[in-house]
Design a protein around this ligand. Structure first.
Ligand SMILES: NC(=O)c1ccc[n+]([C@@H]2O[C@H](COP(=O)([O-])OP(=O)(O)OC[C@H]3O[C@@H](n4cnc5c(N)ncnc54)[C@H](OP(=O)(O)O)[C@@H]3O)[C@@H](O)[C@H]2O)c1
Length: 330
């Protein structure tokens, strides 16, 4: 077996030119890890932020002047090819998927090592491509809707930035819970796709500011958080909840610090999601096996094209998830 592999290496912060397609040493699994031959991976906001070194907290987490992350890439789907000496839960040949964001990243490569606890067995009816689209975005959507949002059948839900990874999986998760009244906000070229997924109402943010209209929601799930928190509070019902999944740093800080005051005086909840990666992959597996969720994937790239794929994602040109397939491994 070769001791090297192809990977996308992040050499500095800046632009897509900082990402280089190189030959690097193949990782060796530690005692509690497995080595996965990656068949597909996907682009996430982490990759866009790491490539540019912004917002600033990315540098606090991943290296102030130079990235400590050598190989970015969050979601992986592939086949176990070697196991560490303490691993009994997985074996070579198992088809697995998972989110590496708490384990040093490394998804943009032919192989990655991951602790066995980070990975789950893929459902039998799931392709590697679907599997690469799911872990990060589905956990954000599920934990935002169910754990923080306490979403209930019959409630009125709005998802802002609904045409990306979180929104397109989030609407399907909410429908599976029995939510019937779901509004999605995104740009005009994504609205048809969003309606086909089950959004009951769609809003083009370039034409209409939903925080200015008179509708009231039980829950707002927001992967974009691009306005003052007080604007969102305007369109929440009494005791309604606003959950931010991510977005502009000043808005996130506003949500974090003002939450107790808003709750006390306005009787509404403003909550910031802290993702627990891979925690609910079993829940998602059941939904997938029952045909209740299917990721939206419209763009495919090769491993060598990761810089272009990240640029495409960052410019907001994508619908649902952007997938990287590893032809040499398929
Ligand atoms: N909480 C945590 O622990 C945690 C961990 C990791 C990541 N995150 C966050 O989770 C989020 C991931 O979301 P995602 O994967 O769904 O992102 P995404 O795929 O980029 O989707 C965001 C969508 O919002 C749309 N959009 C842009 N501007 C908008 C506006 N003004 N109003 C409404 N929609 C707008 C984008 O489309 P156009 O640009 O084409 O308009 C895009 O379709 C990110 O914010 C990330 O930072 C959170």
């Amino acid at each position: 077996m070769s001791l090297s592999m192809k990977a996308i290496v992040l050499t500095k912060y800046g632009s897509s030119e900082a990402l280089q397609f190189r030959e690097v040493a193949k990782p060796i699994p530690k005692d509690n890890e497995v080595l996965v031959k990656i068949h597909a991976t996907s682009i996430n906001d982490w990759d866009w932020c790491l490539m540019r070194g912004t917002p600033f907290y990315i540098r606090l987490l991943c290296g102030l002047l130079k990235p400590k992350v050598q190989i970015p890439g969050v979601d992986i789907a592939g086949e176990v090819v070697a196991i560490g000496k303490n691993v009994s839960q997985l074996k070579p040949g198992d088809r697995v998927y998972g989110d590496l964001s708490e384990n040093g990243f490394g998804g943009f490569a032919e192989y990655a090592c991951a602790p066995v606890t980070t990975l789950a067995l893929m459902p039998k009816n799931m392709s590697y491509i679907d599997a690469a689209a799911i872990p990060h975005a589905a956990m954000l959507a599920l934990q935002g809707l169910r754990d923080l949002g306490k979403i209930q059948p019959g409630q009125k839900l709005l998802i802002n930035g609904a045409g990306g990874g979180v929104g397109t999986l989030g609407v399907q998760i909410a429908k599976s819970i029995g939510v019937e009244n779901i509004t999605g906000v995104d740009c005009s070229n994504k609205l048809d796709m969003m309606r086909s997924l089950g959004f009951d109402r769609t809003i083009d943010y370039q034409q209409e500011d939903f925080t200015e209209n008179e509708r009231n929601y039980d829950l707002i799930l927001d992967p974009k958080t691009n306005r003052s928190i007080f604007k969102y509070l305007r369109v929440l019902k009494p005791h309604g909840t606003y959950v931010t999944v991510g977005g502009e740093t000043p808005r996130l800080l506003q949500a974090l610090f003002l939450f107790p005051i808003i709750r006390f005086f306005l009787k509404k909840n403003v909550l910031v999601l802290a993702l627990k990666p891979n925690k609910d992959l079993d829940y998602i597996k059941e939904l997938f096996e029952a045909g209740q969720i299917k990721p939206v994937i419209k763009s495919f790239y090769k491993l060598s094209e990761v810089p272009e794929a990240i640029q495409h994602f960052g410019e907001g040109n994508h619908q649902g998830k952007v997938i990287i397939t590893l032809e040499s491994n398929l």
